[in-house]
Design a protein. Structure first.
Length: 147
C-alpha cells in the first residue's frame, strides 16, 4: 500500500514571495511625511534651537552678558570701543526731556540688542521671556483641560 504524502511546504500552505508590511497608522504616516519634507525639518530644527537658547537664558545673563535682566540700571555705563557710554542718554528730541536707551551694540557680551528704558539688557529679557513662555505653556497644556 502506498500513500502519497504532500510535501512539507504544501501541507502548511504556500509562503508568498513578497511579505507585505502592515499598514501604517496616521501618526506614522505623518512622521514619514515630516521627515521627508526638508523645509519642515529646517523649520523644526530652527524652532528647537530657539527653545534651547531660551532655556539657557540664566546662563547667558550671568556668565556671558554679566547682567541682571530684572534689576534697573539707570545710572549704568558700558564700554564700547574703549569709550564709556551711559546706558540711558539724555534725549535730544523735542523739549529734551527724558532719556534714550542705547541701541544694539552687536557685542554678545555687552548689551547685544541694547537697553530698555530702565537700563536692562534687552537680549537677556527676550531670552527670559522665551523661557517663561516655554515653561508656562508646557504647564498649561499639561494641567488644564482642552477647551
Amino acid at each position: 500500500m502506498s500513500v502519497n504524502l504532500p510535501a512539507a511546504a504544501e501541507s502548511v500552505g504556500a509562503v508568498p514571495a513578497v511579505l507585505e508590511r502592515p499598514a501604517l497608522g496616521p501618526w506614522a504616516r505623518a512622521a514619514l511625511k515630516l521627515w521627508s519634507d526638508k523645509a519642515a525639518m529646517a523649520a523644526l530644527s530652527l524652532f528647537l534651537l530657539i527653545v534651547l537658547v531660551c532655556l539657557l537664558a540664566p546662563f547667558y545673563a550671568s556668565e556671558i552678558a554679566h547682567t541682571d535682566p530684572f534689576a534697573s540700571n539707570i545710572d549704568g555705563e558700558i564700554t564700547i570701543n574703549g569709550q564709556q557710554v551711559a546706558l540711558l542718554q539724555p534725549s535730544e528730541e523735542g523739549l529734551g526731556l527724558g532719556s534714550t536707551p542705547i541701541g544694539p551694540t552687536w557685542d554678545i557680551t555687552n548689551y547685544f540688542l541694547g537697553a530698555d528704558t530702565q537700563g536692562r539688557d534687552v537680549m537677556a529679557r527676550i531670552l527670559y521671556g522665551g523661557a517663561q513662555f516655554a515653561v508656562h505653556r508646557r504647564y498649561v497644556d499639561h494641567h488644564l483641560p482642552a477647551l
